[in-house]
Design a protein. Structure first.
Length: 334
């Protein structure tokens, strides 16, 4: 009876929904909040601000459809919503290795708490998983049926295995309890609102070039990545959430155009100019040598594929970091 009362209290006016975005103050989460609000939905953003920042949400606080809740998903959250996007988790090696125990808790306890909420409310829930579930892949490009090559006890395991366990929980809640789930495996994504010091290769290279510092390349620079612009990725997430109930995933979301790290460094330095040299360092443990999604399933099931080229996306991203860099050097900032 209690659950029925909760359902009748939830707001559904036509196509308008009440949507929870965990990790909504982060890079991806804030862009997702923007997208959903533009569609006319009510958005509750939950974030403990460990890696997210209020700055990403400053432009939303005057919107009557938006609400921010400071909350850690390792604890239960009691709200009434129609859909849940679970994006809460540090996502860069620098961030998730800072407190690896908490990273694993965020992935596992966070999944349990959000799945419990979805079960109680009878609503759909999307898990932001990651290409890191494939580890250092022995299959290239990576398809969703590949089980991966992951070190379970290495420095990256808190994130890799945490996300793998979260996927397990999602599919067990789906099979055992009938929760409607969506699982997206997100490949390297970049764009405005990335944290300038999160250790990801795009933000690293741009910030180093803007500061005139050497561009740090780990290994010989021949390892590859595929870079998806944030607008394309958000479109893919929303399409997955809105897809037929039979489409659970996991579905790869990323850009299949592959670049070496050295090629990325060259593009960034050419766009920014300056005299930054290349500085080579040892490759970190378990750093994957290749990363490229096979997006055949996303194309067929969601009619989705990226549209923004790396050249176009880098232009927008560099402009964002240039504004941050100029602000940090102004007298008002210091």
């Amino acid at each position: 009876m209690l659950q029925k009362v909760f359902h009748t209290n939830r707001r559904l006016y036509g196509s308008t929904k009440s949507i929870l975005v965990t990790g909504g103050a982060g890079f991806l989460g804030s862009h997702l909040c923007d997208y959903l609000l533009r569609q006319g939905h009510e958005v509750i953003c939950a974030d403990n601000l460990f890696t997210g920042t209020k700055r990403n949400l400053d432009h939303l606080h005057a919107n009557p459809l938006f609400e921010f809740v400071r909350h850690d998903v390792t604890f239960p959250l009691y709200v009434e919503v129609d859909e849940i996007y679970n994006l809460a988790c540090p996502a860069s090696p620098v961030q998730y290795q800072h407190d690896p125990v908490q990273t694993t808790k965020t992935s596992v306890h966070g999944a349990i708490n959000m799945l419990g909420l979805a079960k109680r409310l009878g609503c759909k829930i999307l898990q932001a998983s990651t290409s890191e579930v494939y580890g250092n892949p022995a299959v290239h490009p990576q398809t969703e049926d590949y089980w991966g090559n992951v070190n379970p006890i290495g420095p990256r395991s808190c994130y890799d295995e945490g996300k793998r366990c979260a996927e397990t929980l999602f599919f067990d809640y789906h099979r055992q309890m009938g929760v409607e789930i969506k699982v997206a495996r997100i490949f390297n994504t970049y764009g405005p609102r990335m944290h300038p010091h999160d250790g990801r290769v795009v933000s690293n290279f741009i910030m180093q070039a803007l500061s005139g510092q050497p561009i740090t390349i780990f290994g010989d620079g021949q390892q590859t990545r595929s870079f998806c612009y944030v607008d394309d990725l958000i479109e893919g997430l929303v399409r997955l959430m809105n897809s037929d109930a039979s489409i659970t995933g996991p579905i790869n979301l990323g850009n299949p155009v592959e670049f070496t790290i050295a090629e990325l460094a060259e593009q960034v330095t050419r766009r920014i100019g300056g005299n930054s040299s290349m500085e080579y360092k040892d490759l970190p443990q378990d750093d994957p040598m290749q990363r490229k999604p096979d997006i055949s399933l996303a194309k067929s099931a969601l009619d989705w594929e990226p549209k923004v080229t790396l050249q176009e996306g880098l232009g927008e991203t560099i402009s964002y970091f240039q504004s941050l860099h100029a602000e940090s050097r102004s007298p008002e900032y210091t």
